[in-house]
Design a protein around this ligand. Structure first.
Ligand SMILES: [Zn+2]
Length: 404
């Protein structure tokens, strides 16, 4: 295609809303508008990626530093809107809200239950401070109402952990926080609630609760808690499941190494590709100080072809000849056919980041040569014009340039 066909508009400055270098270069190189909408060049590149995705090994061919598994593939990036838990050792990766981790059980003999006065202890923090106990010796109660049947869902997790609502919803369906009235109707006392002695409620506990003994829980009476509550002896649950949220440093469920929490963008979910994110991932991964450095086959155009307007020879005509030959051979080429100064075109070529640049200039042309420069190399090589104008297929082209 020709530069004008795509109406390419490059920018000298990064947009002031750029969250990352990759995004800034996509805008500066004219793939995206600053509103994050694709330009014709961006659309063309997205379509190219869509075509490539017919190959099942498509993402691995792009050589991006992805994490994930066959279900979901992510690229870590500081401005990513998703968080995942990731194990640097065994590569376990899961959305943070659903990530599992190894929990540490305690092994104590159950002690007799004991009711204690705990005035103004409405939070786990205050309760643990008041009793001089670590938070892991407490049971935290959270109350929801299930939308489908208005049932009170009474959740218990250990006091040192946070409930993951996404995990809870996987087991009980959609819920909303219970009202004070709903809580009281079940026999629980807000702020001092425990599952002991409740009626008409669905009790759901984190799977660490049956493995933790002698926990402090509410007494269902304002101002009082119970010491030494034990699952099974004192109450039981309809559902015992993993309900708590993983955090950085938690032990990996597979190998026990500390998990990292990473911000990511998602590139694929169960073989459905998110092409806009893949384009951003390419830009994040492949750029230098001057612009994008897209590799083959990620780049929509393998060649950036340009002529430097001459005084004696018609460089444009020769470039046109190369353009036609490359097109016929099946090599995707972007022809910068503008009558612009060389510097302007070189800058744009660097921004747009095709793997190869071919430059037709007067000096070389006098010897029948044109310049060829891989985007990531510093220096040009000279190549015979006739080699480029007599191509019949792609293989011939790659053979011609293989030593450069
Ligand atoms: Zn691991």
């Amino acid at each position: 295609m020709k530069y004008h066909d795509l109406n390419i508009q490059t920018q000298r400055e990064a947009p002031n809303n750029a969250r990352t270098e990759g995004f800034a270069f996509l805008v500066r190189a004219g793939y995206l508008r600053r509103e994050n909408l694709p330009t014709p060049l961006g659309e063309h590149t997205l379509n190219h990626l869509r075509d490539l995705s017919n190959d099942p090994s498509f993402l691995s061919r792009l050589s991006l530093p992805t994490i994930g598994d066959e279900d979901e593939i992510f690229l870590p990036i500081a401005s990513g809107l998703l968080d995942v838990a990731h194990c640097p050792e065994c590569k376990y990766t899961e959305r943070l809200e659903l990530a599992r981790f190894a929990k540490r059980a305690t092994h104590e003999s159950p002690l007799p239950i004991e009711k204690v006065l705990t005035p103004d202890c409405h939070t786990i923090e205050a309760l643990a401070n008041f009793l001089g106990l670590p938070k892991e010796k407490t049971a935290k109660a959270l109350m929801y109402t299930r939308l489908s049947d208005n049932k009170l869902v009474f959740v218990v997790v250990r006091g040192d952990m946070q409930l993951g609502e996404a995990k809870l919803k996987q087991h009980v369906g959609e819920v909303r926080p219970a009202t004070t009235e709903e809580i009281e109707k079940s026999g629980a006392a807000a702020g001092y609630a425990s599952p002991i002695g409740l009626k008409n409620t669905m009790i759901v506990v984190d799977d660490l609760i049956p493995q933790s003994q002698n926990l402090v829980a509410g007494a269902n009476e304002s101002g009082y808690h119970l010491k030494n509550t034990n699952y099974e002896r004192d109450y039981s649950a309809e559902i015992v499941a993993d309900l708590v949220q993983a955090e950085a440093g938690a032990a990996c469920i597979n190998c026990g190494s500390p998990l990292s929490v990473l911000s990511v963008i998602d590139l694929a979910t169960r073989s459905i590709y998110h092409f806009e994110n893949i384009l951003l991932a390419l830009a994040e991964t492949y750029h230098d100080a001057k612009g994008l450095t897209l590799p083959h086959p990620a780049a929509a155009f393998d060649v950036y072809l340009m002529h430097v307007p001459g005084k004696e020879l018609d460089t444009r005509l020769n470039a046109e000849e190369i353009y036609n030959s490359l097109q016929e051979a099946g090599i995707p080429v972007l022809f910068d056919d503008r009558e612009e100064r060389a510097g302007v075109k070189f800058n744009d070529a660097d921004l747009i980041g095709c793997p190869l640049r071919i430059t037709v200039g007067e000096k070389g042309l006098k010897d029948g040569m044109v310049e060829l420069k891989p985007r990531k190399e510093k220096d040009n090589s000279l190549i015979r014009l006739t080699g480029l104008t007599s191509l019949t297929n792609q293989a011939e082209f790659w053979e011609l340039i293989k030593d450069i």
